[in-house]
Every structure is written in structure tokens, then in C-alpha cells.
Design a protein around this ligand. Structure first.
Ligand code: ZN
Length: 199
């Protein structure tokens, strides 16, 4: 699974398989990392993974049998499935002040977008290009890079907070109510409406 730079939105390489490895984005020169905060978040907010890890711990302490099985299963699940799906995070000692707005997004059906499991793609801190459009669907903006947070789902619709990345092409502030398209892998996957500014 490919991810974008959390500063500028360009596709960048994974920092690698070590937990605290930091890499520099070749496009904007800022540092990013993965597998750290988002890994911890995933462990604690994902009930499925929490159960798998709990079972693995019970096995480690000898409270259930098949110790090797559960340990291996836990490791495989984490390494093989969850970690590659983690977005990258900014590595900085300073507070990063980003413009934030609420947004309502309707993702197209699996048949239209080609994305069956939209909730694996759209998650906390994942970065997407969006383009604001007018009432005739004509572009009003360049491709602007945003990350999604506080996502609340209803079928294929979500309410979320959109963070406009610091170096993500934002050319001006757009008014609440402005419509936009959202893209993934160069494909339009949904459309949304900008909500109130946060903070
Ligand atoms: Zn970058």
C-alpha cells in the first residue's frame, strides 16, 4: 500500500521496517516516520487487533495452549497486514499549525470506485488529493493535499476533519459549503462538502 508525505502530499517511500526510523521527503525535505504513534493508536483503537494481541499474551503466559501458533499469528497479522496499511506521520519537534475544516464525504460504490473496503483506505492521518469545484463541476482549485481525522462512518458516507497539509498546495481558504472531489491512485473515489473551520 502506497502512502503520501504528511507534509506535502507526494507519494514517498516507507521509512522501512524499523519502528523509529525517520526519513526525509525528497520533495519537501521534511522528516516523516511510521509505525510509531499510529502503530500504538491502531493497537488500542482496533478491537480486532487488541483481541489477537491479548490472546497472544495469554499464550505467552501459558494460560492457553498452542503458544507458538498464537505468537506467530499475532506477529504475522501485525507485520503482514496492519503495518503496511499505516500512513506516515510528521516527525517534528515543533507544533504544526494546519488549517482544519470539518467535511462530509460520500464515497462512490465499490463498482464505481474499484475500492471495496473503503474503510481500510480512508483512515486516521491518511493523505488524499482533493479538488474544489463549482456548481458546474468545474475545478476551482489546484490539487490540494489533505489528511483525514476523526472519521465517523455511515455506510460509504463519512463525517471527518480534514487537515490541509502545510506544503499541500493550499492556495487560499475555501468557504464552508464548497464542494470537492477526492482522489485515490489518480482515480476519483468520492465527493464531499467542506464544513465549518475548526479551532
Ligand atoms: Zn513531502
Amino acid at each position: 500500500m502506497k502512502h503520501r508525505c504528511p507534509w506535502c502530499g507526494e507519494y514517498v517511500k516507507s521509512p522501512g521496517d524499523r519502528y523509529f526510523k525517520v526519513k526525509k521527503c525528497p520533495y519537501c525535505n521534511n522528516k516523516y516516520t511510521n509505525y510509531t504513534k499510529s502503530f500504538v493508536n491502531t493497537v488500542f483503537i482496533n478491537p480486532y487487533l487488541a483481541v489477537v494481541i491479548s490472546i497472544s499474551f495469554l499464550a505467552i503466559f501459558g494460560l492457553i495452549s498452542m503458544v507458538p501458533y498464537f505468537v506467530i499469528m499475532g506477529v504475522l497479522l501485525v507485520v503482514g497486514f496492519f503495518l503496511p496499511s499505516m500512513p506516515f506521520e510528521k516527525e517534528s519537534n515543533d507544533y504544526v499549525d494546519e488549517l482544519q475544516n470539518k467535511a462530509e464525504i460520500i464515497f462512490y460504490s465499490a463498482a464505481e470506485s474499484g475500492l471495496k473496503y473503503i474503510r481500510i483506505i480512508v483512515k486516521n492521518k491518511e493523505v488524499f488529493p482533493i479538488c474544489f469545484v463549482d456548481e458546474n463541476n468545474k475545478p476551482l482549485s489546484p490539487m490540494i493535499y489533505v489528511s483525514t481525522e476523526d472519521i465517523k462512518w455511515q455506510e460509504r458516507e463519512c463525517n471527518c476533519t480534514m487537515n490541509f497539509l502545510q506544503y499541500g498546495n493550499i492556495d487560499k481558504e475555501y468557504r464552508p459549503g464548497t464542494r470537492f472531489y477526492i482522489f485515490y491512485n489518480n482515480k476519483k473515489i468520492g465527493e464531499g462538502t467542506l464544513g465549518e473551520k475548526c479551532g
